[in-house]
Design a protein around this ligand. Structure first.
Ligand code: 5GP
Length: 211
């Protein structure tokens, strides 16, 4: 559908798909899996004030900015949604994103729960998906296995999860991550169905009638 020649107006605007979920739910793995299976889907490069980690590249992993630079971008209206996570700013720059969707490119995001909600408020056409663990017991097990959080930090993550999970009703879709393949397949199915919503397909009857 969006595979029209670059110069032509696309038959539909690109879709904004945001996936959120509590820490430890396996969001990163599911999103990577979805991307592997849907190579046409674009990635929005976020701006962050957190320090660059080994192996991360400017403009690919993130745009790395100071806290002051981030706040300036925010004040200038250059950020569509943002959140503060572990004392660092994370936000979606508007301009490159709008270029992508106007060109008919679908974009998949990995946002914090409040980031997805802010995005939906500002851009109601976005599709928001909440990724859930099968149970709190399972989430605890996953966080323990991951080994990156221990003791009080682990308990804090679980407490945050218990505050975030009841917000699932504010999302368009709730997907349980009981199995990587299944959860990814569900998200791909959602994306496919959303692309076919009538209101997204600009002038579909005219194209058929005049074709
Ligand atoms: P990390 O520091 O591990 O790269 O990212 C931490 C969290 O920040 C991720 O789980 C992701 O959900 C969130 N994040 C990344 N970019 C953005 C963004 O642009 N906006 C919001 N709201 N959250 C983001």
């Amino acid at each position: 559908m969006s595979g029209t020649p670059e110069t032509e107006t696309p038959f539909r605007k690109g879709l904004l798909v945001c996936v959120s979920g509590p820490s430890g739910v396996g969001k990163g793995s599911v999103i990577d899996h979805v991307r592997e299976r849907t190579p046409d889907i674009a990635h929005s490069v976020s701006v962050t004030s957190r320090p660059k980690r080994d192996g991360e590249c400017e403009g690919v992993s993130y745009y790395f900015r100071t806290k002051e630079e981030f706040q300036r971008m925010l004040a200038n209206g250059e950020i569509l949604e943002y959140d503060i996570y572990l004392n660092h700013y994370y936000g979606t720059p508007i301009a490159p994103l709008m270029e992508l969707i106007q060109a008919g490119k679908d974009v998949l995001f990995d946002l914090t729960v409040s980031g997805s909600l802010m995005l939906k408020e500002k851009y109601p056409d976005a599709v928001t998906i909440f990724l859930l663990p099968p149970s709190m017991t399972d989430l605890r097990k996953r966080l323990i296995c991951r080994g990156t959080e221990k003791g009080k930090v682990l308990e804090r993550r679980l407490l945050e999860a218990s505050v975030e999970i009841p917000k699932a009703d504010l999302f368009d879709y709730a997907v349980i991550n009981d199995d990587l393949e299944l959860a990814s397949a569900r998200i791909i199915a959602i994306i496919e169905a959303e692309k076919h919503r009538y209101h997204r397909q600009i002038g579909i009857e005219d194209r058929i009638m005049n074709g």
